[in-house]
Design a protein around this ligand. Sequence first.
Ligand code: BES
Ligand code: ZN
Length: 458
Amino acid sequence: MFDPVASLKEFVRFPSVSTDSTQRDGMKGARDYIGGLLKRVGFSVREMPTPLHPIIIGRREGDPSWPHVVIYGHYDVQPPDPIDLWTTPPFEPEERDGRLYGRGAADNKGPLMTHLAAVAQLLEESPDLPLRITFLIEGEEEIGSPSFVPFLEKNRDLFDADFVYLSDTGSPNESQIVVTTGLRGIVCLQVDVTGPKSDLHSGVHGGAVLNPVQALTELCASLHDRDGRVDVPGFYDDVRPVEDWEREEVGRLGVSSDDYARFLGIDAFHTEKGYTPFEGVRFRPTLEFNGIGGGYQGEGSKTVIPSRAFAKISCRLVAEQDPARIQEAVVDTLKKRCPRGVSLTVTPGHSGAPYLVVPPGKPNTPQDQPAALASAFRAADRAIAAEFGKPPLYLREGGSVPIIADLKRITGLDSLMIGLFLPEDRLHAPDESFHLGVMEKGIAASKRILKQVAEGSR
Ligand code: BES
Ligand code: ZN
């Protein structure tokens, strides 16, 4: 008998921090653990090497006429820092008030375990279930999945499937589940500004030179206008307009702007003109400063003109913006606006394309939408209504899972995404947790969905 909560606790115990090269053992532990579980459930398991963290593939083969679902998840997690702010240690999972606390409990070990538990229970109840399943579990999601596209290109035969199925997105509360219809893409850049060849005494040289911190902050400030729009020529050129039904769906979220502001601890929103905060995070692209530095950071004051300054920038992109074009537009703009007296280097980081799927029955659903995908969406609607008490909302999401667009581009596969994070789960932050009630209902809903997909083939 498969115990989902006990298995999740074991899984969370491994410090599988993909960005931290001192945590190789944690990565291997998580990989071996999830591979072992898949084997126990009856899957043939392969660990596929990549230049960095191996990908786990688990397969349940079957009659080629059966539907084939790829279930995606990631075994890597974000760093636990700042560790002092955790109530209990990040890799010593603890159950409190119906939640399991620990780094990765929600993002993404809990949701992955939800679908694995559903599969395990389903196969125990119906060992002859006419469904082929491939688990695709990667270890580089939190660092931009650098190995994923080459892997996909080399192993396309694994993905001769009907659709991808996953939970790595959110829902507003435990009784209102979201089927995620879009993810934002991303472009990351580091900007370095260099002025004089060394730090200078600000009394001796101040008045003669352009301060790199000033040059950088002016450059950064030039990237937005007063209406909250990104001031980079061409930035919005390819943005696909929002459909009326999507705005109506956002209106059904049942959360007020005031509640959202209180949740965030802010006294006013800063949204693009014409969009509510809930629309802004789903439908609009952004340019954000993730970090900025330069000059003296220590106690007290130090009268210096620093030699260098840097900023880390990321843009979130929406359908149909192209990451390469946006990267070029931002880099060109920065170069054009860089004043004389300092020099600029821009180093691109990782990027990923946005993703959008139109559910069946909505305006502009593609004519050639595969029948298996459409029936999976319908199965999800019914299953979520039955287990959570209300049918789902169909909403785009602000976060990014770039491999979803890669899978679409390279294999043609669309994704059915069920949002299982709640706002209180504190993804990427101290005291991350996963709601065990959502997990339980999620397992039941997932079983119904997979059963329906299998029965659709009869
Ligand atoms: N699960 C998240 C993405 C997410 C979070 C989607 C909340 C929807 C709602 C994922 O693990 C993540 O954090 N992705 C990164 C991607 C980046 C590293 C390329 C992100 O969105 O910052
Ligand atoms: Zn994440």
